[in-house]
Design a protein. Sequence first.
Length: 250
Amino acid sequence: MTALILSLVAGGVVGLTLGALGGGGSLLAVPALIYLLGFTPAAATTAGLLIVTVTSVTALYTHARAGNVRWRAGALFAAAGLLPAAAAGAAAARLPQPVLTTAFAVVAALAAVKMLRPARATAARGGAAVRPSGAAAAGAGLGALTGLLGVGGGFLAVPALVTVVRFEMRAAIGTSLLVISANSLASLATRGATADGLDWAVIAPFTAAAVLGAWDGKRLAAKVAGPLLQRAFAAVLLAVAAFMLIDALV
């Protein structure tokens, strides 16, 4: 298969994931760029953030039209995470890769386990029950992890919005896309050196396919019950955590 075909296929899968689950795009984009398309880890991280940022903005538009975005809570999450994302992005290059991979796997597994537990409170509607301190703390932590691990953060934003802000699943998915876009841009601002020499002949079709896939993912989310989406998302997180932990230890 040519690089173009691989880019289109991988981009479609990344977009479908982002559109349907509100996150997980970078978890798929970065490995695809490294193992299928020959990018270095540093270049793949930066390219993945670029791809996920563009795709997230597109998916955000479609979810906003459907009324699935809670702007006040999303803005609070995003604002709290901007500085931590930028600072952690600058520090990430100084840490050993196995340490980052292990931390990523542990955090993903904990988030998945927490989402699989039955909710003990009714989901908030329209952001009315948002706890500002809890949302700000979760947003700051999410921003730091986004910058440190080089991902958009939707795989953590969705569980945080469900468990901390107590959103229903569809609202958490839509709002997470706002958080992903803001945190990815903040992290990219500290990665200028790794943007040199990126293969735009691969990134452009990858991004285009991801954008189209995000539209299909949004339609998929509209047809699937919220609890089922939540369980599916948790299962994906557990699988990714296991893969990354094995990769770090082997």
